[in-house]
Design a binder for this molecule. Structure first.
Ligand code: ASP
Length: 341
């Protein structure tokens, strides 16, 4: 099943203004006659109106979860056409909301509209469909996960970040190996793909709490900025984007503000501003102070994944301590936990 939410992949240039505007699914099929060449039927579901992914909201994630769970038993796999801007957020959210998933859900999009000669959209679409329908010798889906396919890489959705507003190779999974690479052949990295031994039941989840802020540190950040963020009414969690392996200023006011918020029940999760690598608060004194202030490690999580995981856990009504505990556990392969520590 092909689910078309919108984004550049389905856009066309308005001849009067030159701006890119959405067009409908029938037009998309007209521009990709190759879709007829697959030997299996492809049904579609279209968001009406299609959305630029900058307008994506948890409501749209719920809609996707609903569409997938309503049609789950009818299809081998699902391909979601989505704008690239917030694709990593949607993929992360779906990975938590679709508990027990044992079919492929592949998100893809493009940098150039599908109606443009040099589009990257056609190849992304065709390969995603191929991956979503691929089965191993025993007839099981090759990749029963929420993934992003872009350019030539299949990546675990909740490990992925958009890192180029220009290149066709727009997404990266810095902290987890790619699940497949598409060249002449599609080579699956079976060791890294999550396969559950036993049969699983899909448990769709819809509850999300968005009382979350992201606080990105920079040298010179003022106390009133930190204080104002932590004083937001109804705030339940903060993703604190720190330096390097999870380090931050040791200033007294800074640590005090964080400790007070933490004690009030605000869950503060430490995620590094670096694209690759992990938070290790015990490594430097500047990280250790955060640990002492009650901050939880986000490990090697992307910001996208930390934000959506917090929405999910808070949405399910867990206490701050329970949310903190669960942030230290992998729910859908979103963090690497070193069990030896
Ligand atoms: N603004 C577009 C979107 O995210 C960009 C894209 O699709 O690449 O919907």
């Amino acid at each position: 099943m092909l689910i078309y939410t919108g984004g550049t992949i389905g856009m066309i240039e308005n001849p009067e203004t030159g701006a890119l505007e959405n067009f409908n699914f029938e037009q998309l099929q007209k521009h990709v006659p190759e879709l007829q060449k697959f030997t299996f039927p492809i049904d579609s579901y279209q968001f009406d109106p299609p959305m630029d992914s900058s307008d994506m909201e948890p409501e749209a994630w719920r809609k996707l979860v609903h569409v997938i769970s309503e049609h789950y038993h009818q299809y081998t796999g699902f391909v979601i056409l989505h704008g690239t801007d917030t694709m990593a957020f949607t993929a992360s959210a779906l990975s938590f909301m679709l508990e027990g998933l044992d079919k492929p859900v592949i998100l893809t999009g493009s940098q150039l509209p599908i109606g443009v000669l040099r589009t990257d959209g056609k190849e992304n679409l065709m390969t995603s469909i191929e991956i979503a329908s691929a089965r191993d010798r025993s007839g099981n889906p090759m990749v029963p996960e929420v993934c992003i396919f872009f350019e030539n890489r299949l990546m675990r959705g909740n490990r992925t970040t958009k890192m180029s507003a220009e290149n066709f190779n727009a997404f990266r999974s810095f902290n987890y190996p790619v699940l497949a690479e598409a060249g002449i052949h599609i080579k699956y990295n079976n060791v890294q793909i999550h396969i559950e031994g036993e049969k699983r039941e899909l448990h769709p989840h819809y509850l999300l709490d968005t009382n979350i802020a992201i606080l990105k540190l920079f040298p010179g950040i003022q106390e009133n900025v930190v204080a104002a963020t932590l004083a937001i009414e109804g705030l339940k969690a903060v993703v604190l984007e720190t330096y390097g392996s999870g380090n931050a200023s040791r200033k007294e006011w800074f640590l005090r503000r964080l400790r007070d918020a933490s004690e009030r029940g605000v869950v503060i999760v430490n995620v590094t501003q670096c694209s690759a690598g992990t938070v290790e608060m015990e490594r430097y004194e500047t990280g250790y102070h955060l640990l002492k202030a009650g901050i939880v490690s986000g490990h090697d999580s992307t910001t996208e994944s930390a934000v959506t995981k917090l929405m999910f856990l808070l949405g399910h009504g867990y206490s701050p301590d329970e949310v903190r505990r669960r942030m230290n556990e992998s729910m859908a392969g979103e963090i690497s936990i070193d069990l030896s520590k």
